[in-house]
Design a protein around this ligand. Structure first.
Ligand code: HEC
Length: 102
């Protein structure tokens, strides 16, 4: 009985996490990233247009949750002032364009 409640709780929690990332608006996220200078710093790290950071074989981000954490971290670095919902949009865009997590 206890285990069952745990499973239900876990399922509910992960549903919440996935749900919040799904709520992101891909088009809005693309615009948000284009409006900020995300790429400049990534270009210094890896060259090119900076997007190779997202697609390199040894990329850091290996799940939707890690993508959300990294976007939040970088957003803070850049002082974007994005709201959590806007970060969700950016996660949706980066996932749509580069990462393709389910
Ligand atoms: C001040 C420099 C800087 C800025 C500005 C910056 N980033 Fe980053 N970003 C980093 C660093 C450092 C890493 C980690 C690179 C590593 O560890 O190899 C990173 C990694 C990432 C990754 C993960 C790449 C991977 O390995 O899969 C994402 C996603 C990302 N940044 C998104 C953004 C977004 C969105 C913005 C604009 C809001 C942004 N970054 C602005 C420095 C920056």
């Amino acid at each position: 009985m206890k285990a069952r409640i745990g499973i239900v709780l876990l399922a509910g929690l992960s549903g919440l996490l996935v749900g919040s990332a799904r709520a992101g608006d891909v088009a809005a996220g693309e615009k948000l990233v284009a409006d900020k200078d995300c790429a400049a710093c990534h270009q210094r790290l890896i060259g090119g247009d900076g997007s190779r950071l997202y697609t390199r074989p040894d990329r850091k981000v290996t799940s939707l949750a890690k993508l959300a954490a990294q976007v939040s971290f970088c957003s803070t670095q850049l002082k974007t002032g994005w709201f959590p919902e806007e970060e969700d949009d950016v996660v949706a865009w980066l996932n749509h364009r580069y990462y393709h997590f389910k």
